[in-house]
Design a protein around this ligand. Structure first.
Ligand SMILES: *Cc1c(COP(=O)(O)O)cnc(C)c1O
Length: 428
């Protein structure tokens, strides 16, 4: 499949039925798998043979879909998780432990920020947050001897900052640690972070990959390029025998290509069990089959809506990396020449009150705490996700009271713009 274009891979990678087998990926709705002898099963437990024994760790439906996403990202191996949160936690925790340190972009999804700054801190993993616009010197200064990973989002949710993947990868590699990139917003159709130096890519498949607001899920893709053995002292979980798996040393037995995902499956999935249900994996695959057709329309609608909003007197600023006025325009062109995604944020001059009136009058765009769906939706953080904050706190957090985030769906852009126009006019 690697010889085919990403458009063909979206449709067909990951699963090739044999003669007389189902054309569509079968949903293997089974918790467990049958073996003829204890010896056969023993080989699976020793990681001597590959196969399935319990769907808390692995399921064939999931593995077909994960293989498709690995192909799309140009990675060597992948696994599905129950959510994007689980994907980011497991990707980090696979190489971090109590006493480790993470360098992360400060411009990331709120859930991931909490995960790193609060929950992982309770587990003894500390973090330094850096601006996505930091200079090389500033990035280098954030690393410590116990740093085990660097983390950022290609296009951050909701700030829409764009990560300079090459610059971040260079800093991570200079300090002997992998760069983990959450590529949820552009998807591999618009950006393939591994080609720019990222070592591990994560996804909330809940967003564009599913694309229909139908199934929560996540994915971890390994590039297979990071040399764990060359930094054996930092990553002893991969480079020394795992006593909970009969002394297997993942980096030796599975090599650069397989070590990360094998360890993450056989240790973390075994112990934490946050696997995607095969039913959700099937739904995710339906979304993936049209991802390459849908993404350009999301981008087209986002661009048209951003340009329209920029021309309106009620709007004080518009943030969208595809706008020439965006400070991320050049870097977005470099990493995403075909555009990034369909999410736009903008501030209404009239503040909170204007935002409330505007949102109330929208007919097509629904108010939702969601993005990246076939149906256009929007959110005013000040009256929802950031409701507990004061006006001053909102400004410091970069979410002024009049800020609206709109996720442009797959509707006709003329209808979307007409809807926005009448709602803006209602502000008066
Ligand atoms: C939504 C989101 C997540 C969390 O994903 P869930 O599937 O909701 O757990 C992580 N990263 C980004 C960039 C997201 O947009």
């Amino acid at each position: 499949m690697a010889d085919y274009s990403i458009n063909t891979q979206c449709v067909q990678a990951g699963y090739t039925p044999g003669n007389g087998e189902p054309r569509q990926i079968p949903i293997i709705q089974s918790t467990t798998f049958r073996y003829a002898t204890s010896e056969d099963m023993g080989k699976l437990f020793d990681l001597e043979a590959s196969g399935y024994f319990y769907s808390r760790l692995q399921n064939p439906t999931n593995d077909h879909v994960a293989a498709k996403i690995a192909a799309l990202e140009g990675g060597s191996a992948a696994m599905l998780t129950s959510s994007g949160q689980a994907a980011n936690f497991m990707a980090l925790f696979n190489i971090c432990e109590s006493g480790s340190h993470i360098v992360a972009s400060s411009s990331i999804y709120g859930g991931t920020f909490n995960l790193i700054s609060v929950t992982m801190a309770k587990m003894g993993v500390s973090a330094t947050f850096v601006s996505p616009d930091a200079s090389e010197e500033e990035l280098n200064a954030a690393f410590q001897p116990n740093t085990r990973a660097m983390f950022g989002e290609t296009i951050a949710n909701p700030a829409l900052t764009v990560l300079d993947i090459e610059k971040f990868a260079k800093a991570a590699h200079a300090h002997g640690v992998p760069l983990i990139v959450d590529n949820t917003f552009p998807t591999p159709v618009n950006c393939r972070p591994i080609e720019w130096g990222a070592d591990i890519v994560t996804h909330s498949t809940t967003k564009y990959m599913d694309g229909h607001g139908a199934a929560v899920g996540g994915c971890i893709v390994d590039s297979g390029k990071f040399d764990w053995m060359a930094h054996a002292d930092k990553f002893h979980g991969l480079t020394t025998p795992d006593e909970s798996y009969h002394g297997v040393t993942y980096a030796e037995k599975f090599g650069k290509e397989g070590a990360f995902i094998t360890k993450c499956t056989s240790q973390l999935m075994r112990d934490l069990g946050c696997i995607q249900s095969p039913q959700n994996a099937f739904i995710l695959n339906l979304g993936l089959e049209s991802l390459h057709v849908r993404m350009p329309r999301h981008v087209e609608n986002g661009q048209a809506v951003a340009e329209f909003l920029e021309s309106r007197p009620e709007v004080s600023f518009v943030s969208f990396p595809g706008l020439k006025s965006s400070k991320y325009y050049d870097i977005a062109q470099k990493y995403m020449p075909n555009g990034g995604c369909g999410v736009v944020s903008f501030e209404l001059k009239g503040g909170r009150k204007a935002a409330e009136t505007f949102m109330k009058h929208l007919r097509l765009a629904a108010i939702e705490t969601h993005v990246a769906d076939a149906r256009t939706c929007c959110l005013n953080p000040a009256t929802s996700t950031h409701r507990q904050m004061s006006e001053e706190q909102l400004i410091t957090a970069g979410v002024p009271a009049g800020l609206v985030r709109i996720s442009c769906g797959l509707e006709d852009k003329k209808d979307l713009i007409a809807d926005l126009k009448q709602a803006l006019e209602a502000i008066g």
